[in-house]
Design a protein around this ligand. Structure first.
Ligand code: FAD
Ligand code: DHB
Length: 388
């Protein structure tokens, strides 16, 4: 088989890139290791920056998001029993869109199917060959038989545990990492959200986040020790803990119910440089991970795709500047989102080995944010998304 761009990974980055390129007449094949049902059942991010919203519209997959998503004008930050609202629109003129990653992925799969896009799921043993030559190819196994795809370029959109980044020699790749000493326990329930905006809550028992998917679907998170298991947390224990960590008025109106999903995610900051090796380009979680505080993971995947898509389109029009500068341009934005996610995580979580001085620093930063329009503008500017 031959294609122009072989895309490894059928998550949001791979599907969005495939969809955008197809609309410009550039042929792609997406290779996904898992089944479609598995990919669509993963509950992940919930907040889209406006840049991502516009990119999804450009890809022709904005209709359901525009009809069913919820634009948010601000968010609430709490510490113990006090807090304040940051008004994104007032501070930056921009909103964010609450629309789940699961829905984004579903819309992308539907659009790819409608355009007869080639997505090969359950592709095993995907291997990249000759990425540093002018004639790369990818091999994989499907239903027991081996296949080969020759291509012009390979897009490594296969997430943190994929093969693409690992294909780049250690002499070329530099990795930067911070692992945080806690995880997030997430719970999804068919209950009305506690508020019409998100609540990020710092607390001496640990961080909590109140989020949502729609008028009757809520998503809540609790900071938990790294060695906690989902089985350690009954629904009742989760709700009781959440009530203790969020402001009293919110705790009183919180509607609880059975969970329909519960999972624990570790928190990590990670960046691999460069994001290009010859004809292989990394995008999304394959190149970088942010801790989820600040909702940047999916949004960074979208901005990488924006740069890569434009670079590839330019290439087929005869100009290589976009692909030559891809890594540099993507990384410039990645590092700023890494900084924001790290600073939000540091501000809002309880660190196990935290000294009383560090705790006071967090409180002082929280107070400063509460009272300073300039500080709120800086937070809002990052939260709604830095320009592409
Ligand atoms: P992925 O979504 O990881 O997609 C990569 C795809 O590649 C997957 O479908 C995978 O099956 C496939 N793949 C992997 N290896 C291979 C291979 N060898 N061959 C073929 N295919 C392969 N972000 C937030 O902003 N908020 C959140 O609450 C949040 N929660 C998260 C919870 C978890 C458990 C995880 C893992 C991430 C979370 N994120 C969250 C981050 C966000 O979901 C990611 O940043 C986003 O999914 C990145 O998209 P991607 O397409 O780059 O990678
Ligand atoms: C959600 C996740 C986040 O990490 C975040 O900062 C905001 C919302 C969510 O899953 O809804």
């Amino acid at each position: 088989m031959r294609t122009q761009v072989a895309i490894i990974g059928g998550g949001p980055a791979g599907l969005l890139l495939s969809q955008l390129l197809h609309r410009k007449g550039i042929d792609t094949v997406v290779l996904e290791r898992r089944s479609r049902d598995y990919v669509l059942s993963r509950i992940r991010a919930g907040v889209l920056e406006w840049g991502a919203v516009e990119l999804l519209r450009e890809a022709g997959v904005g209709a359901r998001m525009d009809a069913e998503g919820f634009p948010h004008d601000g968010t609430y930050l709490a510490s113990e029993n006090r807090g304040f609202r940051i008004d994104f629109v007032e501070r930056t003129g921009k909103q964010v869109m609450v629309y789940g990653q699961t829905e984004v992925t579903r819309d992308l799969y539907e659009a790819r199917d409608k355009m007869d896009g080639q997505i090969i799921d359950e592709a095993e043993g995907v291997t990249i060959h000759g990425a540093d030559t002018d004639a790369p190819h990818v091999t994989y196994t499907k239903d027991g038989s081996e296949h080969r795809i020759d291509c012009d370029f390979i897009a490594g959109c296969d997430g943190f545990h994929g093969v693409s980044r690992k294909t780049i020699p250690g002499t070329v790749l530099r990795e930067f990492e911070r692992v945080y000493p806690f995880g997030w326990l997430g719970l999804l329930s068919e209950t009305p959200p506690v508020d019409d905006e998100l609540i990020y809550a710092q607390h001496s028992r640990g961080f909590a986040l109140c989020s949502m998917r729609n008028a009757n679907l809520s998503r809540y998170y609790l900071q938990v020790p790294l060695d906690d298991k989902v089985e350690d947390w009954s629904d009742d224990a989760f709700w009781a803990e959440l009530k203790q960590r969020i402001p009293e008025d919110a705790a009183q109106r919180l509607v609880t119910g059975p969970s329909i999903e519960k999972s624990i995610a570790p928190l990590r900051s990670f960046v691999a440089e460069p994001m290009r090796w010859g004809r292989l380009f990394l995008a999304g979680d394959a190149a970088h991970i942010v801790p989820p505080t600040g909702a940047k993971g999916l949004n960074l995947a979208a901005s990488d795709v924006h740069y890569l898509y434009n670079g590839l389109v330019q290439h087929y029009e005869g100009d290589d500047e976009g692909i030559e500068t891809y890594s540099e341009r993507a990384l410039a934005r990645v590092w700023k989102s890494e900084r924001f996610s790290w600073s939000m995580t540091t501000l809002l979580h309880l660190f196990p080995d935290q000294s009383p001085f560090e705790r006071r620093m967090q409180e002082a930063e929280f107070d400063y944010l509460a009272g300073s329009e300039a500080a709120q503008t800086a937070l809002a500017e990052n939260y709604v998304g830095l320009p592409y």
